[in-house]
Structures are given as structure tokens and as C-alpha cells.
Design a binder for this molecule. Structure first.
Ligand SMILES: [Ca+2]
Ligand SMILES: [Ca+2]
Ligand SMILES: [Ca+2]
Length: 299
């Protein structure tokens, strides 16, 4: 009997079965480890660090003004979900600043406004896959709700078109999909050498680029006069403000409004620092010195 048991343990069939079992155990352990490792990174998602300028806020010092922040006008929650002609995708929307201290940072990293970062699959460039509301610093860095981290998307590593948008500027998209991974990738929309999708997609000089300003009515075009122009809404808003009892064209309406084209916290129709004048100035100096009517180039 003992010999029979001993022989069965040393039988080649038994040894082969044990080898297969060990090998399966090893494979299972490796698979579990791989899943855990993947989840660890996938939890954080792919990371992108866009850089962009808004023409309406950009000064000659290469920084954007942060008057909305310094005047206490920035909303704690992103404004995009409430906008007409705007939709969030893939879990985006409802982002709120991590702490009131985020709006207390001064200098180059002070917050200018809320923006939106959007990703599109390399196989479907016309369809948004995921959006995320984010914060824009004075020096152009687009950061997460904590005021400094890169933007995270719950997506797998791969190639994506990157889009950036602002509530009264025209959005832009990269001409080619970008390799995005679990480590941060910089996508610099201020760099005049980075190809963008479309023609005259943004204001461009040999030294920098900035998103076209002035789409106060959110129709993806900047129009100074005639049908569907971006100035009439501003005019009526100023005239119809209840506090403007004398219907003055020079009334200064203070607040967080899409009609505040230069983002200084005031909607001004007529007089010093008025908002329509920045649309007219852009029109004159628009496409390489030739006047053009900017139209959003995102497919
Ligand atoms: Ca910065
Ligand atoms: Ca418009
Ligand atoms: Ca203004």
C-alpha cells in the first residue's frame, strides 16, 4: 500500500499536473498583481497640463489680468454647466475649488478664471469623450481645482485630441492627437509652432498665441455688427440693469458676466475701458494683419 502511494506521487502524470497547477497559480498571482498595479495608476487617470492665453485678459507683460479673482467675483463652482450651447462629457461638470484659499494665491499663479479641458479619441475627433472644468493661472497654466495640480481624466493611456475652451473666447483643438499617459503631458496652446486644427484657429503672433476673444453670445463666432453680433447683448445688459435708472450708455456694471470681454470685472458699453472696443481692435489686427471674422475651428 505504502509503495502504491509513493509511486503515485512520483508518477510523471502527477508531477505534470502539479507543474501545471503551480504555473496557473503563478499566472493568477501575476495577473492579480498586474490588475492591482493598473488600478493604482488608473485611479489617478491620465494627466495633462495645458497652457493657454485668453486674448481678452492678456496684458503686454505676458500675463493675464486676475481682476475677477482680486475683486472676489470668481464663482467657487464652475460656470459652464449653466451655459447655453455647452455640454460636459465623461463625468465632467460641477467642479468646485478645493478650498477658498485657492483664490488667495497672488503673482504669476493667481487664478484668472474657469476654463474647460476636453479630450477626444484619436478615432473620433468630432466627438467629445470627457471634459473637466479647470482653473487658469495668470501665466497660462491650466490647473486642477486645488490651484496647482495637472488635470486628471479617468481614461486609459493613449492618443487623444486636446481641446481648451473659455466662456467668452473661441475654443481650440490640437491638429493631431497627443500621447497622454499616467505621467503629466504639457500641451502648450500658447506655442505658435504647435499645429492647431483648422485655419486661423486663434490669435497668433510669431511669439505667442491666444484664444480669440468676444464670443459673448456663445455661437462660436465673433461678430462686431449685423445679425447675431456679440455687442448688442452687452448694450442691452447695461441699459436694462435696474440700478441704471437713467439708462446711461456709460453705466458700469460690475460682476461675473460673459459680456465682460476683457475680464476686468466690469461690463462697459461706452467710455474708458469699454468692452466692445476690444472686439473692434481684434477685428482690425486679426488674421496676420488682415481683418477676419474669427470662427471656432473645432470639428
Ligand atoms: Ca504657473
Ligand atoms: Ca458670437
Ligand atoms: Ca470689461
Amino acid at each position: 500500500m505504502y509503495s502504491l502511494i509513493k509511486n503515485s506521487f512520483t508518477h510523471p502524470l502527477y508531477i505534470n499536473i502539479m507543474k501545471i497547477k503551480c504555473s496557473l497559480k503563478k499566472s493568477l498571482l501575476l495577473a492579480l498583481f498586474a490588475v492591482a498595479f493598473f488600478n493604482l495608476y488608473a485611479d489617478n487617470g491620465i494627466k495633462v497640463s495645458p497652457k493657454m492665453f485668453l486674448k481678452g485678459a492678456l496684458g503686454s507683460d505676458g500675463l493675464m489680468r486676475d481682476d475677477l479673482r482680486s475683486k472676489g467675483l470668481l464663482p467657487a463652482t464652475e460656470p459652464y454647466s449653466a451655459l447655453p450651447n455647452f455640454q460636459h462629457y465623461g463625468g465632467g461638470g460641477g467642479e468646485t475649488v478645493a478650498s477658498p484659499n485657492v483664490f488667495k494665491t497672488l503673482g504669476n499663479n493667481a487664478i484668472v478664471d474657469w476654463v474647460v479641458v476636453e479630450l477626444r479619441s484619436e478615432n473620433a475627433m468630432s466627438t467629445p469623450l470627457a471634459t473637466r472644468s479647470a482653473l487658469l493661472q495668470r501665466d497660462g497654466d491650466v490647473v486642477d481645482i486645488d490651484g496647482f495640480s495637472p488635470i486628471k481624466f479617468p481614461l486609459l493611456q493613449g492618443k487623444y485630441y486636446v481641446v481648451v475652451r473659455h466662456r467668452n473666447h473661441l475654443g481650440v483643438m490640437t491638429a493631431a492627437p497627443k500621447n497622454l499617459s499616467y505621467t503629466t503631458t504639457l500641451v502648450d496652446f500658447t506655442d505658435p509652432t504647435m499645429p492647431l486644427y483648422g485655419t486661423n484657429a486663434c490669435y497668433s503672433t510669431p511669439y505667442y498665441r491666444a484664444l480669440w476673444l468676444g464670443d459673448t453670445n456663445h455661437d462660436k463666432k465673433v461678430v462686431s455688427q449685423g445679425a447675431y453680433n456679440d455687442v448688442d447683448g452687452l448694450f442691452f445688459q447695461v441699459i436694462q440693469t435696474p440700478a441704471n435708472t437713467s439708462y446711461s450708455l456709460n453705466y458700469i456694471l460690475t460682476g461675473y458676466f460673459d459680456t465682460d470681454i476683457n475680464l476686468d470685472g466690469n461690463v462697459i458699453f461706452n467710455g474708458p475701458n469699454n468692452d466692445p472696443s476690444v472686439i473692434f481692435n481684434q477685428l482690425i489686427n486679426s488674421c496676420s494683419g488682415t481683418p477676419c471674422l474669427p470662427t471656432e475651428q473645432i470639428p
